[in-house]
Design a protein around this ligand. Structure first.
Ligand SMILES: O=C(O)[C@@H](CO)OP(=O)(O)O
Length: 237
């Protein structure tokens, strides 16, 4: 039975500081490192043997992947890194304080930017310090200057279908160490969630979500391994 383990990166420095992060390559906090390690220990305790891992090109997800695999005693597992698993690009909000932005633009507007399905934040201004166009990890990619959850899903899905699905169809147990919104994109597709339903799904940091799949890659069960830090999951069936 194919098994998918979805792991949002552990707490990052900007999660802690409550700043819009997106593609900025901030590192894990010590709490985030501990969450990633604990995630790996739980994977081991569950007897899960990972065959292949996928992560983004952002340090917080890569380190979460590595720390979890190490704690699970499975550092040898091959890891594929791809920018299409990056966090949603936060456009012109990147780097801003979430509370200050809410005070300036109103809670309702910030909620729309953060949790509407298809309303992107304002685009990144050209010349911004957070322009990633010259960054060689994105060489050749058609880079966005902002993303909604919908457009995040549009770039995650080709990678999901082209790279992750074949591994699952081959019967592999797959770890995807990624970000809140790239994981939500996967969950929307996997659980066939409506645009409204996916907005209610919040994935906790560093808590492995184990999804067992049938041969058609329909979920048959889903559970967080750290039950004390679990959030509600979509209904199956
Ligand atoms: O800042 C971000 O990049 C994301 C994830 O931390 O935040 P949000 O909760 O608004 O999706």
């Amino acid at each position: 039975m194919p098994t998918l383990v979805l792991l949002r990166h552990g707490q990052s420095q900007w999660n802690l500081e409550n700043r819009f992060t997106g593609w900025v390559d901030v590192n894990l906090t010590s709490e985030g490192e501990a969450q990633a390690t604990r995630g790996g220990e739980l994977i081991k305790a569950e007897g899960i043997e990972i065959d292949k891992a996928f992560t983004s090109v952002l340090t917080r997800a890569i380190r979460t992947c590595n720390l979890a695999l190490e704690a699970a005693g499975q550092s040898f597992v091959p890891v594929v890194k791809d920018w299409r698993l990056n966090e949603r690009h936060y456009g012109g909000l990147t780097g801003l304080d979430k509370a200050e932005t809410a005070a300036k633009h109103g809670e309702d507007q910030v909620k729309i930017w953060r949790r509407s399905y298809d309303v992107p934040p304002p685009p990144l201004e050209s010349g911004s310090a957070y322009d990633f166009k010259g960054d060689r990890r994105y060489a050749g990619a058609d880079l966005p200057d902002t993303e909604s959850l919908k457009t995040t899903l549009d770039r995650v899905m080709p990678f999901w279908t082209g790279d992750i699905v074949p591994a699952l169809k081959a019967g592999d147990t797959v770890l995807v160490a990624a970000h809140g919104n790239s994981i939500r994109a996967v969950l929307k597709s996997l659980f066939d969630l409506s645009e409204e339903a996916i907005l209610e799904v919040e994935v906790p940091t560093g808590n492995p979500l184990v999804v067992k799949l049938d041969d058609n890659l329909k979920p048959v069960s889903a559970k967080y391994l750290d039950t004390a830090r679990a959030n509600p999951l979509p209904t199956i069936g």
